[in-house]
Design a protein around this ligand. Structure first.
Ligand SMILES: *Cc1c(COP(=O)(O)O)cnc(C)c1O
Length: 405
């Protein structure tokens, strides 16, 4: 395992640098992961060898670009175990995917219908549903959470009814690391024939979900959190739902025939992919998934569980440090605060020592309100992090505490 680890860190050129004169310890993976050489090379290869618009030209390059783009869609299909490749839509990312679904649901909702989200959501899985409620007169319901950062499932059962039309929850909380019981959430919702969307942005860097086994109706994620490029993500949608929903945006590529009297829409997946997409991004998303699979999700789980446990133990040895989010099922995300010290100040000092963490509300203001705090310091780990990274973090936090108290 040691050799494997050494090779993994070497795959990431950015991790070889110094920041503020110290070796970089990158623990802001929850915001965006770093990219291995294989992904960086694939971007260069696309622009130096096959760049052309897809689905449009008879010429060879256009064919090559189209094939590479569609190959990547099939890689995503295989990775997430979708039944059909046309159930995989490329989007700009998680936010874009959720907005697509929320926007397209407008025509399916009536005033008084209900949408259920949870207290643990990222703003991007709150605001699009609020906007949908404003458009349709639907009502937003929220699954409450407890002090540990776990959802109150009994209340969820009570919230569900024949009025519920969609349930949208995250698989893993980006602020606290809670792994939500999505199997149970999905099964309960389906008793009411409700669609379920899972925000997998924070789960897919750590877990390989099987959308058919989960039986979710939509599953969304962003490539940039899984070693891939920014500006590209995935919306998995069950065929029956994608057929029921109207297109999100109109334009080129999403049509069958256009006249001024009537336009007919293209088949899936093109119906939801208007305009020239992020072609390089879509192709290289597949490369990032290949890379993660060569590391292997068993190894990823083992390494990250070790890091989570070790970092939790070591951080808790610091007097006055409190971990926010103590769910039994957690991904490798640790939010914490030092007594009487603002998280921002901690972030600034540890950065001087080479440690990159996120501070603030993490786009989850309702969670911060629940704990009555302004924000947290968040260390989020990927499989390429090491025990030494944890040691550097812990001593940097200790330094910050001494300097700020
Ligand atoms: C990062 C994140 C998002 C938003 O993803 P974008 O890539 O910014 O669109 C949504 N939900 C969760 C849980 C996230 O971690």
């Amino acid at each position: 395992m040691k050799t494997k680890l050494r090779n993994i860190v070497a795959d990431f050129p950015i991790l070889q640098q110094q920041v503020n004169g110290k070796p970089l310890v990158y623990l802001d993976n929850g915001a965006s992961s770093q990219k291995p050489q294989m992904v960086i090379d694939a971007i260069t290869k696309y622009y130096s060898e096959i760049n052309a618009n897809i689905h449009r030209g008879v010429h060879t390059l256009s064919q090559k670009a189209t094939d590479a783009y569609e190959d990547s869609r099939q890689k995503l299909q295989a990775h997430f175990n979708a039944k059909h490749s046309y159930e995989i839509l490329f989007t700009k990312g998680t936010t874009d995917a959720i907005n697509l679904v929320a926007s397209s649901f407008t025509t399916l909702l009536n005033a008084g219908d209900e949408i259920i989200i949870s207290h643990l959501e990222h703003h991007s899985n709150i605001v699009p549903w609020q906007m949908l409620c404003e458009r349709t007169g639907a009502v937003l319901k929220v699954i409450p959470m407890d002090e540990n950062g776990e959802l109150l499932m009994k209340t969820y059962e009570d919230l569900l009814s024949d009025k519920t039309k969609i349930v949208a929850v995250n698989h893993v909380s980006n602020a606290l690391g809670t792994i939500n019981p999505i199997e149970e959430i999905i099964t309960l919702a389906h008793q009411y024939n409700t669609a379920v969307l899972i925000d997998g942005a924070q789960a897919t860097p750590h877990i390989k979900p099987d959308v058919q086994a989960l039986n979710c109706d939509f599953y969304v994620c962003s490539a940039h959190k899984m070693c891939g490029p920014t500006g590209v993500g995935m919306l998995y949608g069950k065929e029956e739902w994608l057929n029921k929903l109207p297109p999100y945006q109109g334009g080129g590529e999403m049509i069958k025939e256009v006249s001024f009297e009537k336009t007919t829409y293209a088949e899936l997946p093109h119906k939801f992919e208007a305009g020239t997409p992020n072609i390089a991004g879509g192709i290289v998303f597949g490369t990032a998934i290949d890379y993660m699979n060569t590391i292997g999700f068993d190894y990823i789980k083992q390494q990250e569980e070790m890091l989570l446990q070790y970092a939790t133990e070591e951080l808790l040895k610091i007097e006055g440090l409190q971990i926010i989010g103590t769910a039994t099922q957690k991904a490798s995300v640790i939010s914490f605060n030092l007594k009487n010290i603002h998280p921002y100040d901690v972030g600034v000092i540890v950065d001087k020592l080479g440690v990159a963490v996120r501070t603030g509300h993490h786009c989850t203001q309702p969670i911060m309100s629940f704990y009555n705090i302004a924000g947290t310091v968040r260390a989020s780990f990927m499989f390429y992090n090491t025990k030494n990274d944890v040691d550097v973090l812990v001593s940097a936090v200790k330094r910050a505490q001494i300097m700020l108290s």
